[in-house]
Design a protein. Structure first.
Length: 136
């Protein structure tokens, strides 16, 4: 009897710990974030950094914001024991790379920002909204 109880307890413990690993789910979120960021940057670059490009990127960000926020909450909610060291490094690298890609738009188009206050404010809003999406 005691042996059956211990066996059942061991099986339940194994099942509960295996269900806690979020590596696959986090990997999926990071792939989606990479694709989203690439498309966001392309919307601006395809229009040579014009105001229309920033507007298109902002509209794209706004349309995907709630869905991506929910997915980013998965990453923010993951505890250390739920994520492997490899996935933690991948998360850090991916989020840093994506933040850098969006923030570098300000540097890339600094000339336009200096000449046009409206352009500058739109670019700053886009970068801030993106950063807020990632950092919560």
């Amino acid at each position: 009897m005691l042996r059956k109880i211990l066996t059942c307890g061991l099986v339940l413990a194994c099942v509960s710990f295996s269900g806690c690993n979020k590596d696959t789910e986090i990997g999926s979120v990071l792939q989606e974030l990479d694709s989203f960021t690439t498309e966001l940057v392309q919307k601006i670059d395809a229009r040579q950094g014009t105001v229309e490009g920033i507007d298109a990127a902002q509209q794209f960000l706004d349309s995907k914001k709630s869905d991506l926020k929910k997915k980013m909450d998965v990453i923010r909610g993951a505890r250390g024991f739920q994520v492997s060291d490899t996935t933690k490094k991948t998360m850090t690298d991916s989020i840093t790379r994506n933040m850098t890609n969006v923030a570098s738009l300000q540097i890339k188009y600094v000339g336009r920002s200096m000449k046009d206050a409206n352009y500058k404010s739109k670019m700053e809003k886009l970068v801030k909204d993106y950063r807020d999406l990632l950092t919560g």
